[in-house]
Design a protein around this ligand. Sequence first.
Ligand SMILES: NC(=O)c1ccc[n+]([C@@H]2O[C@H](COP(=O)([O-])OP(=O)(O)OC[C@H]3O[C@@H](n4cnc5c(N)ncnc54)[C@H](OP(=O)(O)O)[C@@H]3O)[C@@H](O)[C@H]2O)c1
Length: 186
Amino acid sequence: MSYAIIGLGKIGTAIAQAFARQGIEVAVAGRRPVDALAAQIGPSLIPQRIEDAVKADVVILAMPFAAYREIAQVAESWQGKIVIDATNTFTPPEELGGLPSTAAIAKVLPGAKVVKAFNHLPADVLAQGPTTPQGADGSCFSPATTTRRAPRWRLSSTGSASLRSSWGSSTRAGCSSRHGATRGAD
Ligand SMILES: NC(=O)c1ccc[n+]([C@@H]2O[C@H](COP(=O)([O-])OP(=O)(O)OC[C@H]3O[C@@H](n4cnc5c(N)ncnc54)[C@H](OP(=O)(O)O)[C@@H]3O)[C@@H](O)[C@H]2O)c1
């Protein structure tokens, strides 16, 4: 499974940092060369030209929404690819043929499986990853502020981005040992 991020601005960088934390290779591309920024983020980032990056199995769109048609034309084929749309737009659906923005993107990527993700979080929040002040594994929110555990998402080296429920017993044990009896019943 190969990955690429198109656009290495704020949200693209935050997503790239998640790949870098896990040491998963990901191609990164922008309008201008992104070599210097990629090198700063981590060695698992591979700067590429957009036309090469879109050959990846999973392509994450992290450029401005307005560029979607341009990006769509770069790949010879989108057949079978997974496209993760991290963009947002104020363009009204009336100007997109009545479609929500991700559906408008999907329309110009024939054969791709398009899913919207990462767009709902500010880049600086996403960039923090799952780490919390209580520990590096992100298993709990502060017991002073909430009794719910944070949901955790992680990238797997076998190919999936997943949101892991943190309601399992092993996590519960981890929270208890870290926070003692202050945890409420979840
Ligand atoms: N910032 C956030 O917190 C956040 C959170 C969720 C979703 N989003 C959404 O994510 C998208 C990007 O936002 P952003 O804040 O990351 O913007 P940004 O910081 O301006 O970064 C956009 C990146 O895309 C590149 N780019 C622009 N046009 C391109 C094109 N035609 N082909 C390839 N790359 C291109 C830019 O390169 P240049 O620098 O060369 O122009 C830049 O690296 C927007 O739709 C936004 O709504 C943003």
